[in-house]
Design a protein around this ligand. Structure first.
Ligand SMILES: [Zn+2]
Ligand SMILES: [Zn+2]
Length: 330
């Protein structure tokens, strides 16, 4: 007998078979985009109850394995459409958050549906500022202050990604390349973009007014950030080590934009605060050493907003990481 016509009531243990409840749950994701486990519980309970009113589900019935199997069943259906529900823990609170993400390689195309091209250019300038300008060997802030967000509302004369857009105009039979200057955004427009990014769960704004990536952005932009900001070593130069601007946590292997780093600034070891505490708990805590370079672990070199208090030694700009190295070597 086909499953659909079964008279047996579907229990939560049937969560791996795609059904009406999964569709309804996916609908909730389409309207919310991001949900924490605590937000998921009442939604899933309501959806399951609507699916089978004879067996009402309460929030307390929604276990982590049930959420996991429900998400897996949905992902099996939507994978072909380049969508996936992913989960990640908030870097500081460690709250488990789920997001419906577009898995195509250029995740910014997802944003392009709700922003104009000029607004997307602004988002790219914000990311450049987070992961290049404010992410140097000395200071890995990986966030943008409110003042900086207004300073880059209009593009600088030369910037990495946000250079003048190239448009192709049909001129007779021969297409001609025409350079179109990106006019940037007015202050109010820039503020609106930031508010939208915060409302959609892409950006987080701290009490001190620093904008950083929220879990949804980290889930969706993971590959994009590494492709854009990490530079692999040149094949023809054995001396070249490349540049790693985006590091994964030594504990949970997720990207660290808020956390702690090895006391040796040349070492690539990064942790989320809680992941480091977990690691150094127990016998390892007696003689704290970096697991890679064995440098004594001080835990007072930060990644994220707290790094903004480290004294500025850079001249800034695109190659500030290298400039700082030169400065230190002098
Ligand atoms: Zn971690
Ligand atoms: Zn180290």
């Amino acid at each position: 007998m086909p499953r659909e016509s079964s008279t047996c009531a579907e229990s939560p243990s049937d969560a791996d078979v795609y059904n009406y409840a999964h569709r309804a749950f996916l609908q909730a994701f389409l309207s919310q985009s991001v949900m924490t486990v605590d937000e998921i519980k009442p939604v899933l309970a309501a959806v399951l109850t609507a699916h089978d009113p004879t067996r009402p589900s309460l929030e307390g019935d929604i276990t982590q394995p049930l959420i996991t199997s429900t998400v897996q069943a949905i992902n099996a259906k939507i994978g072909a459409l380049d969508y996936e529900i992913r989960s990640a823990r908030d870097q500081t609170s460690k709250t488990l958050t789920y997001a419906l993400v577009n898995t195509t390689s250029d995740a910014l195309t997802q944003l392009a549906t709700s922003f104009t091209p000029d607004e997307i250019s602004y988002v790219k300038r914000l990311l450049d500022y987070m992961f290049e300008t404010n992410n140097t060997r000395i200071r890995e802030i990986m966030a943008v202050s409110t003042m900086e967000t207004t300073q880059i509302a209009r593009p600088p004369p030369r910037s990495r990604q946000s250079q003048a857009q190239t448009q192709i105009e049909a001129d007779g039979d021969e297409p001609t390349q025409v350079q179109v200057r990106d006019p940037g955004l007015k202050m109010q427009e820039a503020e609106d973009v930031l508010n939208t990014l915060v409302a959609q769960g892409f950006f987080h704004c701290s009490r001190a007014g620093y904008y950083s990536l929220a879990p949804r952005a980290l889930m969706e932009l993971r590959a994009y950030l590494k492709e854009t900001y990490n530079e692999p070593p040149a094949d023809d130069d054995p001396e070249d080590e490349g540049i790693t601007r985006i590091h994964d946590c030594e504990g949970c292997r997720e990207i660290v934009t808020v956390g702690v780093r090895c006391s040796d600034r040349d070492c690539g070891v990064r942790w989320h605060d809680r992941c480091a505490i977990q690691y150094f708990r127990g016998p390892r805590g007696d003689t704290k050493k970096c697991p890679t370079c064995k440098t004594g672990w001080t835990g007072d070199l930060f990644v994220g907003e707290r790094a903004a208090n480290t004294q500025r030694r850079s001249t800034g700009g695109r190659n500030s990481r290298r400039n700082e190295e030169d400065y230190e070597d002098e």
